[in-house]
Design a protein around this ligand. Structure first.
Ligand SMILES: [Fe+2]
Ligand SMILES: [Fe+2]
Length: 293
């Protein structure tokens, strides 16, 4: 199989910045009360940003095979790259600089603080706020040299048929799993309603951070972290056939989380140093002194 060294730089980093993926998701799922402008932008097929995002999805859908996911888990779930305090990991994440315009793009830490502060403003429990704060920490995968399409992008189950509700489903034609009879039926290697815990998702920052935090946070927080990019289910409901009743109950939290992720971006950057003591306390309450990445 292809390992990461076989990818050209063009194939590894089709986006100018990984935020382009999130900007595209936002155009696909505009906030209810202001749909018109965003929908127009989404329909603008001449937009060069959209071509970039299309190319990103072409690569994502082609290379995220069952074997690819297994390889990534075997490698990254050894957690042998770094060990650091959570706040340090967030600062490490913030060293991720790309070609986006620094005047208009918020950095990673600002997105995470805005998400968390919006959750806090609505009076949610502290573990929910903490989840907002750390939910994208898994994007440190980019700093370990991973291709963008193996860090961000909508996630989907591997090992079974790809739902046509996944964005750009036509690009799965290039994924060898669609010609593998173990993987190309509705259930593939899974049983009906087997529960998502038994299902392998495409590899990226969601599953990675779930594996880092799984022994430390309440279960709804873990669902939010693990499935926040699983738009094909939490927005499109295309994988109910693999879910059990417990998954459905927990996905209420995933749905509750999503608007904070998508719609909390404001042009006013939070003042990191003012907020740091509060978040350091939250981290200390739930998470170990250091995490292994
Ligand atoms: Fe994310
Ligand atoms: Fe996010």
């Amino acid at each position: 199989m292809k390992n990461e060294n076989n990818f050209s730089n063009q194939e590894r980093n089709p986006l100018q910045s990984i935020e382009q993926w999130e900007d595209d998701v936002l155009q696909r799922y505009p906030e209810q009360d202001q749909p018109a402008k965003a929908k127009d932008a989404f329909r603008n097929y001449d937009n060069p940003e959209r071509d970039t995002v299309r190319e990103f999805y072409r690569l994502n859908h082609k290379y995220q095979t069952y074997d690819f996911v297994m390889e990534k888990k075997k490698d990254f779930l050894r957690f042998n790259r770094k060990e650091m305090p959570v706040w340090g990991a967030m600062e490490f994440l913030n060293t991720l600089v790309d070609d986006s315009d620094p005047d208009i793009e918020l950095d990673q830490l600002q997105h995470l603080l805005q998400t968390a502060e919006a959750i806090r403003a609505d009076g949610h429990p502290d573990w929910f706020i903490l989840t907002g704060f750390i939910h994208d920490m898994g994007k440190v995968l980019c700093l370990f040299g991973e291709p963008q399409w193996a860090v961000v992008g909508d996630t989907f189950p591997v090992g079974c048929k790809h739902a046509d509700k996944i964005v750009y489903p036509e690009f799965f034609a290039d994924n060898p799993d669609v010609r593998d009879e173990r993987y190309n039926t509705q259930y593939g290697i899974y049983e009906p309603h087997c529960g998502l815990d038994n299902v392998n998702m495409s590899w990226g920052h969601d599953e990675y951070l779930y594996q880092i935090t799984k022994d430390h946070l309440p279960e709804p927080a873990l669902y939010m972290i693990r499935y926040h990019s699983f738009y094909a289910q939490h927005r499109e409901h295309a994988y109910a056939h693999l879910m059990n009743a417990h998954d459905h109950a927990m996905f209420e939290w995933v749905k509750k989380f999503n608007p904070y992720d998508l719609y909390s971006k404001s042009p006013h950057p939070p003042v990191v140093q003012e907020l740091k003591p509060y978040y350091e306390d939250l981290i200390a309450k739930y998470l170990p002194a250091t995490v292994r990445l």
